[in-house]
Design a protein around this ligand. Sequence first.
Ligand SMILES: Nc1ncnc2c1ncn2[C@@H]1O[C@H](COP(=O)(O)OP(=O)(O)OP(=O)(O)O)[C@@H](O)[C@H]1O
Ligand SMILES: [Mg+2]
Length: 344
Amino acid sequence: MTNMRVLGIETSCDETGIAIYDDKLGIMAHQLYSQVALHADYGGVVPELASRDHIRKTIPLIEAALADAGCSKDDIDGVAFTAGPGLMGALMVGATIGRSLAFAWDKPAVAVHHMEGHLLAPMLEDDAPAFPFVALLVSGGHTLLVRVDGIGRYQILGESVDDAAGEAFDKTAKLMDLDYPGGPRLAKLAESGTPERFIFPRPMTAKPGLDFSFSGLKTATATAMAEEVAAGRDNQQTRADIAHAFQQAVVDTLAIKCKRALTQTGLNRLVVAGGVSANVSLRAQLSELMTSLNGEAFYPRNEYCTDNGAMIAFAGLQRLKAGDTEPLAVRARPRWPLDELTAV
Ligand SMILES: Nc1ncnc2c1ncn2[C@@H]1O[C@H](COP(=O)(O)OP(=O)(O)OP(=O)(O)O)[C@@H](O)[C@H]1O
Ligand SMILES: [Mg+2]
């Protein structure tokens, strides 16, 4: 059988990610442009600015990726683009460019679900997980526990009823005056925190169930900050201690629910993906959990935790191989439930 090579385009939010993935050779090129600096002054992503910047960056990054991989359009067997969920304008840029390029090159196109991309990212590693497994998807917009029996065979076991885990990190960082994007900065600050000087709740763990709620942890943080300020103890160590308490509460809550999901499904493989899966403390605790359960935890390498084109090229290739192709119309879905995907 000959190999298959796919160009992946990711533009769902504030990163333009382009990659070329070959099912024999692996990742041949990987280009990423982050709009962080563009949105920093606003403290969050401004959708219209995001779309315009994707327009500027997508085609030059595709050209750079082709050059890096030493390929021409004739070496590409298909084009995969993120079609949702995400910001409508931003998605439309990638979908329009992806669909049009495939048409011009006379190659098939495939629309990829952004969270399926995240979910499959650990399969880009040498030590790829086998099906079935439980996946914990923790990103800026999602917190999902999913039973995965194969590509497109997803059963949602639990999700956040309010803020996503990454969103909770970002909002909490903002109220502690950390610069945007705050999640990784808050995690860094937590490293020098004193364990258990502050203890925050582990939301929704007392009752059975696999859903999450993280919005209350913002309030716990704001209250602790206000009390320390009033007591004249607002200093760097106090802030680090509060950051530590916040992170520990999120990590413990995620670990408790993962353990529950594994028990409920009887599975012993855990895949962790999405931006928050880069969190060192979360990885340490989940790996320890999996060792204690005689199971194994799988993560993407750091650069594939947050948004990237490699995961889209990979997911797209799996779907193209199964004959999944996109009609000629340009289609994007800002909301797109993961469990609506078809199995391959
Ligand atoms: N080390 C870290 N610790 C905690 N959070 C982190 C860390 N690194 C990144 N994050 C968080 O990950 C999120 C970004 O991840 P990602 O790019 O997967 O999300 P997104 O694409 O914005 O959302 P979605 O994938 O749900 O559409 C941000 O909320 C960021 O704060
Ligand atoms: Mg993402």
